[in-house]
Design a protein around this ligand. Structure first.
Ligand SMILES: Nc1nc2c(ncn2[C@@H]2O[C@H](COP(=O)(O)OP(=O)(O)O)[C@@H](O)[C@H]2O)c(=O)[nH]1
Ligand SMILES: [Mg+2]
Length: 289
């Protein structure tokens, strides 16, 4: 007689702080298995997004140091579209360099989206659940870039921080992607460089033009000089999560789930062929799916 594989024991170990077990369970989730963990609304999850090079990873590293000093346990899911190495590994290296004794309180896992053509939808929720259940009090999702797919990913967080640089070009990217409306807090990093004040003013102006978002917090930080970071942590820890933005995020998650369902439908190929040949129209295709 075959036994049903249960992960109860591994889950208990991960909850006691066993990182190897935690890593294994995340891999199990990534392979498509569901773990028997009750969903919780209690998890604290911050999505961090913004154009490449603005200093997201560096800033997250400094924030982690600060949180760890305050007794928090911080887990980072670093989402990388291409290699399972670069993004997460870079942050991992930085952490190893800066906080040799943070080990127990910091957990970093990198996820490559290219392994999952349908998106990360089915995994992120479960991973967040597991991390939260295992006692990680601050969970961060870092994405590379600020396009539509990054919005979809950070929408799994319950608060969003957009990081921008002092260049107008960076901000325009975020405006185009529509991520400004979703962000609870916008950080202009590299405030040690010229033009960062002007960048903050420009962001505030563009917030005024959009219908809502006047309560969006705009802050300046320099992650290399460690200025503005403890103020940022205060703001994040006391953040009032806006209902409208929360609904926008929920909508993005629903769209992810919808896309995932559609793309993983076993008859998708046949339906595409029938559409292509004109045998059915779009409405009929949708009905089939
Ligand atoms: N001048 C300045 N450079 C920074 C700051 N934060 C990060 N950088 C540099 O910007 C580059 C990109 O940083 P990184 O954290 O990898 O950016 P990411 O792509 O947004 O994650 C690196 O060379 C960092 O050293 C900052 O506050 N000021
Ligand atoms: Mg990065």
């Amino acid at each position: 007689m075959e036994m049903v594989l249960s992960h109860d024991n591994n889950i208990a170990l991960a909850k006691q702080g066993n990182r190897r077990e935690l890593a294994k369970l995340l891999t199990i989730i990534e392979s498509g298995e569901r773990l028997p963990i009750k969903e919780s609304n209690e998890s604290w999850v911050l999505g961090v997004t913004g154009p490449p090079g603005v200093g997201k990873s560096t800033l997250i590293g400094v924030m982690i140091d600060e949180w760890v000093r305050r007794g928090e346990k911080v887990a980072v899911l670093a989402i990388d579209p291409s290699s399972p190495k670069s993004g997460g590994a870079l942050l991992g290296d930085r952490m190893r360099m800066s906080s040799a004794d943070n080990g127990e309180s910091v957990f970093i896992r990198s996820l490559a989206t290219r392994n999952h053509p349908g998106g990360l939808m089915p995994f992120l929720d479960s991973m967040i659940n597991l991390l939260s259940y295992c006692g990680w009090t601050k969970i961060i999702i870092e994405t590379v870039g600020s396009g539509q797919s990054e919005i979809r990913i950070v929408a799994f967080a319950n608060r969003i921080m957009l990081v921008d640089g002092p260049d107008r070009g960076d901000i325009i990217q975020a405006e185009k992607a529509g991520i400004i409306e979703l962000a609870d807090i916008i950080v202009i990093n590299k405030s040690d460089l010229p033009n960062s004040d002007a960048a903050a003013i420009s962001i505030k102006k563009s917030l005024e033009y959009s219908n809502k978002g006047n309560d969006t917090i705009v802050m300046l930080t320099s992650s290399i000089n460690n200025t503005g970071v403890s103020e940022l942590i205060e703001e994040l820890d006391n953040l009032h999560v806006d209902k409208d933005r929360s609904i926008l995020r929920t909508k993005e998650r629903l769209l992810s789930a919808w896309d995932y369902r559609l793309l993983s439908n076993p008859s998708l190929n046949d339906i595409l062929l029938n559409l292509e040949s004109g045998a059915i129209n779009l409405d009929e295709a949708l009905n089939h799916l």
